[in-house]
Design a protein around this ligand. Structure first.
Ligand SMILES: [Ca+2]
Ligand SMILES: [Ca+2]
Length: 286
C-alpha cells in the first residue's frame, strides 16, 4: 500500500506541476473581464470561467438588479453565474423600500385571504379578525409589527410574497410593508394596532388618508426621487428613504463639489438630516 501511494505521488507530481505551468502560459494572453478567470481546457486552450470566489473586501455596491454586493467582484461574479448583465447602480447598500403599491398589494392579498376563509368557515370577517388578533397579540390587546409578521406567516402560501429574486430582500421588504400597513390605520400613532385599528387595516372599505412626501414647498408622489448631497432619496408611503453614503468617496468628489457638499457627513448627521426632511413634511400634513 505504501509503495503504491509513493509511486502514485512520484508519477503525478511532475504532471500536475506541468499542468500549472501550462495553464499560466495558456492564459498569459487571455483577459477574461470582471468576475471571471482564465482556465485551461483539457486540450490546452484558454477558457474563461466564473470566479470560484472573490476576496472579502468590504466595498458594498448596489447592483442594477436591486441586490447588495460586498464588492464589485461579487457583483460581476454573480452576473457571470447568472449569465446576465448587472451594472453598479451606486455604491453602498441598495435602498429597499415598500412603495404604496407594495403595501396595497399586500393588504389586498390579506383581505382576500380573510374573505376566502370567511366563506369556507361561515363566519364574519370581523369575528375572524378578532380571533387572529387574540391569537397573535400575545395577550396585551396590541399588535406590534413582530406580531403582525407572525400573523402573516399563518398563511404564507396564500400570500406568496415574492417581490424580488433575493430572499433577504423579500424578508426585509415584507417587514417594511408591515410597518407601512400598521402606519396606515394606526390612528393614535403608537406603532401598534388595537383591535379596531387592526380591523380597519384589513377592511377594504377603510380608506386611509394618502400620505405624500413634502420637499420644501412641493408635495411629491410615491416613487418620487430627490438627492441629499451624494445620497439618493425616494418617497415611499409618505416617508423619504435615503441611501446612507458618506459623501467623500473619490468617485463622488466631482458630483459633491458640483452640489456644494464637500464636508464629510457622519452617520448621526445623516440620520438627523433624514429626520429633518421627514419632520418638514409632518408639518405640511397639518
Ligand atoms: Ca402584543
Ligand atoms: Ca395604535
Amino acid at each position: 500500500c505504501v509503495c503504491v501511494c509513493v509511486c502514485v505521488c512520484v508519477v503525478f507530481a511532475p504532471v500536475s506541476c506541468f499542468a500549472v505551468e501550462q495553464m499560466s502560459s495558456v492564459c498569459a494572453r487571455t483577459f477574461c473581464g470582471a468576475g471571471r478567470e482564465c482556465d485551461s481546457t483539457d486540450r490546452g486552450e484558454p477558457v474563461c470561467r466564473c470566479l470560484q470566489q472573490c476576496d472579502g473586501t468590504e466595498n458594498w455596491v448596489c447592483g442594477s438588479n436591486g441586490r447588495t454586493y460586498r464588492n464589485h467582484c461579487e457583483l460581476h461574479r454573480d452576473a457571470c453565474i447568472a449569465q446576465t448583465k448587472i451594472h453598479v447602480e451606486h455604491r453602498g447598500h441598495c435602498v429597499v423600500v415598500c412603495f404604496l403599491s407594495d403595501r396595497d398589494w399586500l393588504r389586498e392579498r390579506v383581505i382576500q385571504w380573510i374573505q376566502e376563509e370567511v366563506q369556507s368557515n361561515v363566519t364574519s370577517p370581523n369575528k375572524l379578525l378578532q380571533t387572529y388578533f387574540k391569537t397573535y397579540a400575545n395577550g396585551d390587546s396590541e399588535l406590534d409589527s413582530k406580531e403582525f409578521l407572525s400573523f402573516l406567516k399563518h398563511n404564507e402560501t396564500a400570500l406568496n410574497l415574492t417581490y424580488s429574486n433575493s430572499l433577504e430582500t423579500n424578508t426585509l421588504l415584507r417587514s417594511l410593508c408591515v410597518d407601512a400597513l400598521i402606519e396606515l390605520s394606526d390612528e393614535n400613532a403608537d406603532w401598534k394596532l388595537s383591535l379596531t385599528e387592526f380591523i380597519n387595516c384589513l377592511t377594504a372599505a377603510y380608506r386611509p388618508q394618502q400620505r405624500k412626501c413634502a420637499l420644501e414647498d412641493e408635495v411629491l408622489e410615491d416613487g418620487a426621487e430627490t438627492r441629499m448631497e451624494c445620497n439618493k432619496c425616494v418617497c415611499a408611503c409618505g416617508n423619504w428613504v435615503c441611501t446612507a453614503l458618506t459623501c467623500n468617496g473619490e468617485r463622488q468628489v466631482e458630483e459633491d463639489v458640483k452640489e456644494g457638499a464637500e464636508e464629510e457627513v457622519t452617520e448621526e448627521e445623516w440620520s438627523r438630516r433624514v429626520a429633518d426632511l421627514n419632520a418638514l413634511q409632518e408639518d405640511s400634513h397639518h
